[in-house]
Design a protein around this ligand. Sequence first.
Ligand SMILES: [Zn+2]
Length: 456
Amino acid sequence: MSKSILITHATVFTMDTNNRVLRDTGVYTEGDRIISIGPSELLARQGFRPEITIDGSGKVILPGLIDTHVHLIEAIMRGLVPDDVNLHLWLKEWLWPLQQACDASIGITSAELCIAEMLRTGTTCFLEAQLHSNWGIEGMARAVLDSGIRGNLSKMVIDTPSYDPTGGASHPFAEDKGHSINTFRNLHRELNGKGEGRLGIWLGVNNPRACSDDLGRELNQVAIDHNTGLTMHVAETKVDLDNMSARGTTPGKWLEKTGLAGQMRVFAHGVWLTEQDISILEKSGASVAHCPSSNMKLGSGVAPVTKMIQSRLNVSLGCDGGPSNDCYDLIREMKTAALLHKVSNLDPRAITATEVLRMASINGAKAIGLEKEIGSIEVGKKADLVIIDLHDVRLYPPQGSDSNILYAASGTDVSHVIIDGRFVIEDRKFSTIDEEELLLKTERETDRLLRVAGKT
Ligand SMILES: [Zn+2]
């Protein structure tokens, strides 16, 4: 049950159309909604009878952060994969063998670990990229519902095992497309919209390299029929671009041709998109989930994010996976994004803190089609709020500015997280998760994963 909450005297980053930052401001929530926002003294006179009151002095309130490219299965693989390997070898030699060794028990544990980290660091909503049936998708859905987070889980669909046109790896998760789509339909029927709408079921296409033209067209129709979204890795490395060239096209043109470009279509990475691709995606209403840490660690390249923003293509943010980042902390990811584009453009004006904050909030909401419900702090929207406590030597003097949050803070500075008007983190402690039990279970399942994968 949610309780009515009044937070007073805080600095509120609304992330509304005008990016208003309100000082000495109160936010009142009732049920799952934001009821009132205004000067603390004014709110005190409005006669609200909150069940919980928080003194927000020295604190910042952000909208719940939204991670639009997450691999739940990879949290348990953090540190198990060599750091200094390019993406294709990294997949073939390490990531895929580990993923093939995952069963439902390991998969669900990894999802619980990932969700706990996201909650702990201020992420209230996420889009999972691709889940195989062997990994316990129903149990992962239960983890979403029980933890209180808002999440979209995508059923993996792959019909083209040949992965690398240069003769490299063959994707191990190709399955009959009819089977994949039926599994998606069943999951969607059983689970979509559960948890008062917190849980969504999407389609997760691995990559254009793993998807025939026919499958692309069919999945577009399946997504439309189910009124749901679709996500895909696109143009992550130069090999992706070369593969499209070999098929006589570019990533953007292929997405347009198959009908996959459009609203509620989230394309992760987009490092090697051409200028024409950016224009195609912008016109279609699609979004790019920028994953700077992953792209930097795997040496994939620098996504042309400043060009995307100039072209008004919606850019959101993603932490990607356990071994490629190695954290699911969007506040740290925001700093990485800002620094990357300043240095790669040799221009400190290339991207602003506000633009990056929008990527992790309202742009993320737009990417997944929830911009009317979440992503900003406005009356009538869902009560998904993150409180950052500035009372710390690392954040002093406590300016409460966007610079303060982006460049000095990290997810561990989050003191409270509220989703649908309920606390999931309160005074830095989990309200819905037994942290010690989760850590013990993770140790056990990691040992088993390494044994089964033959990596001990
Ligand atoms: Zn990914």
